[in-house]
Design a protein around this ligand. Sequence first.
Ligand SMILES: [Zn+2]
Length: 143
Amino acid sequence: MAEEKKEIPKPLPEITPVTQLFWEAAASGKLVMQRCAECRSWVWCPRPACVECGSEKLSWTPLGGRGRIFAFTVIREVVGRALRGFAGDIPYVTAWIDLDEGPRICSNVIGCPIEQIAIGMPVEVVFEKAGVGISLPKFRPRS
Ligand SMILES: [Zn+2]
């Protein structure tokens, strides 16, 4: 019996009261991150309280969306049922990006051949529509 091929969707981010402002900003093409009003730490991923001092005084702060690749890996195989929706993207790059303002964010690097991606490469954010009201921040090389 032939196995039926069916489209498997990628999992989308869950929008919660804590993450809602991040996703609203992303949908309008803006990168924001929580910053602690007490100790000035950046808080990522979105949380109800600062991971450094526990303060709940967090404010959404705009970021310029520019940074450099700290580390990256090339995904060449999908392992596990939950990630099968990404099979059509293989190979793709997942990276840690050091943003100019200091915080580090995990994302994908797109828009250039994988062989050209390097640690320290300057990148800028670009938003990729992934669903109704959801745009994912990804990064592409900048000159
Ligand atoms: Zn803090």
